[in-house]
Design a protein around this ligand. Structure first.
Ligand SMILES: *[C@@H]1O[C@H](CO)[C@@H](O)[C@H](O)[C@H]1NC(C)=O
Ligand SMILES: *[C@@H]1O[C@H](CO)[C@@H](O)[C@H](O)[C@H]1NC(C)=O
Ligand SMILES: *[C@@H]1O[C@H](CO)[C@@H](O)[C@H](O)[C@H]1NC(C)=O
Ligand SMILES: *[C@@H]1O[C@H](CO)[C@@H](O)[C@H](O)[C@H]1NC(C)=O
Ligand SMILES: *[C@@H]1O[C@H](CO)[C@@H](O)[C@H](O)[C@H]1NC(C)=O
Length: 421
């Protein structure tokens, strides 16, 4: 009976020790080498620590994802450790993928890969790209499938709200989630320094005010450089001559210029103006400080650049004769400078247009003959009209005068409008 028990115990011990021999695990220690693990070790590990990757039998109870991964078959940890994220995760394409989770590939022959999806997103994981597939990149070292992909994916500042006024490259300069091979644009939009929004035109988010179909004039787009959408809400673009009365604002400006008020982000270049006020008074300044804007209807002339509003102020009208230039009938001519005498006096800053015996004549009122001035000043006159304002004499005349009419009246015309020949 005793012998019987002893033999059963022996058999059990032999069975256990035999089982232990079979179960001893082999783990890769990297670079093609491996080790037999201690009897009580049942898992292999792969661990990344600041880029350095180690492998072996798993004996560290603290080994846990994402940086330490375990598997439990012989040499299972010989396979690569790769970055893993899928196309539904925007960070997968926006960032280099370095902070994505890690995975151990299922087989030692699998590589780490990045794949561009047809919708412009990216997926990372373990697989081998097909040969000559430009939308896929695979590599054979641990966690090598990082990086912006494709490499020319546009980087735009992506942020909104208050923080968007203080741009930070590490958190805001990101790849566009949707890749476009060409024409990828960044945008800037906002109503104040603390209410800005920046991103990629291709962003599919519902709050993207500057998508490709947007017609919002406040959207500023750029595609010349990564991070080109970096304009602050407003900035000083330059200086202009500023003055607004006869003493300090002579016809030809010299002296000191003054910085303009900060211009909003949609303004690209500094703009200065020269404006003609009543009786030849000249005003100069920065266009973005002129309420009501600067245009011909308020006798204002804008120029681009810093200190560009130095030149003598000039009044302009359409100046032409239809017998010399047919386009004069419809007013298809550019504005030309009137002499400085047109800046003051009763005819200051007035133009005229009229038809005399089939010939349309346009010009500066100060240059017209007395007879013409008389005709032009009469509201009832069908022959001529005067108007006030830069280039205002654009009225179109229908029909064409006959050559005969013109020949008959040429002499009379010369006498009346001596200055416009
Ligand atoms: C395995 O056994 C050794 C010594 O017998 C011990 O030091 C170690 O902590 C054990 N490891 C595990 C994972 O249990
Ligand atoms: C792009 O396509 C992938 C699958 O091909 C899908 O998982 C992902 O959600 C799509 N993303 C967008 C923004 O359409
Ligand atoms: C931020 O990124 C842009 C675009 O790459 C670069 O021009 C700029 O120098 C970077 N700024 C800082 C502070 O690194
Ligand atoms: C221009 O500015 C300088 C220095 O501020 C000043 O000394 C000078 O008088 C100014 N000139 C004119 C014409 O205002
Ligand atoms: C010209 O300026 C006036 C204000 O002085 C403004 O009412 C008008 O809309 C402007 N016209 C154009 C074409 O910008």
């Amino acid at each position: 009976m005793q012998t019987h028990k002893l033999s059963i115990l022996l058999a059990a011990l032999i069975a256990i020790s035999h089982y232990k021999d079979v179960a001893a695990l082999t783990c890769s220690t990297g670079a093609g080498t491996s080790q037999a693990c201690a009897d009580n070790v049942t898992e292999c590990f792969v661990k990344t620590d600041n880029g350095a990757v180690t492998r072996g039998c798993s004996t560290d109870p603290a080994c846990a994802p994402p940086n330490c991964l375990k598997c439990n078959t012989d040499n299972c940890n010989a396979a690569l450790m790769c970055k893993q994220c899928d196309a539904s995760q925007p960070h997968c394409g926006r960032t280099t993928g370095a902070s994505s989770s890690n995975m151990i590939c299922g087989s030692p022959t699998q590589q780490c890969a990045i794949q561009l999806q047809s919708n412009g997103t990216v997926a990372r994981g373990c697989w081998n790209c097909a040969a000559n597939d430009a939308t896929c990149k695979s590599c054979a070292t641990d966690n090598c499938n990082v990086g912006i992909f494709p490499e020319n994916r546009r980087l735009c500042y992506q942020c909104s709200g208050e923080s968007c006024s203080n741009l930070d490259n590490s958190t805001m300069l990101l790849g566009c989630a949707i890749y476009q091979a060409t024409g990828q644009k960044c945008y800037t939009i906002g109503t104040s320094a603390t209410a800005m929004q920046r991103g990629c035109q291709s962003d599919t988010a519902a709050d993207n005010k500057c998508s490709a179909t947007s017609t919002d004039a406040n959207c500023l787009y750029c595609d010349n450089d990564n991070g080109c959408n970096n304009r602050p809400y407003s900035r000083v673009l330059g200086s202009c001559y500023k003055c607004n009365d006869n003493d300090k604002c002579p016809l030809q400006q010299a002296g000191n210029v003054t910085e303009c008020a900060a211009a909003v982000y949609t303004q690209n270049v500094n703009s200065c103006y020269t404006q003609l006020l009543a009786n030849g008074v000249v005003a100069r300044g920065c266009t973005n400080e002129l309420t009501g804007g600067c245009n011909a209807s308020n006798n204002c002339d804008a120029c681009e650049g810093t200190s560009c509003n130095a030149a003598a102020a000039v009044f302009k009208c359409l100046i032409c004769r239809s017998d010399y230039f047919a386009g004069c009938r419809e007013g298809h001519v550019g504005q030309e400078n009137c002499p400085s005498s047109s800046l003051s006096g009763p005819d200051a800053m007035k133009c005229f247009s009229g038809e005399w015996d089939g010939v349309v004549i346009r010009g500066c009122l100060s240059e017209a003959s007395d007879v013409m001035k008389f005709q032009c000043s009469k509201a009832s006159s069908a022959r001529c009209t005067e108007c006030t304002g830069m280039g205002c004499n654009t009225e179109s005349y229908s029909g064409a005068g006959t050559l005969q009419q013109m020949a008959l009246t040429l002499f009379a015309l010369i006498c009346i409008v001596h200055k416009y020949i």
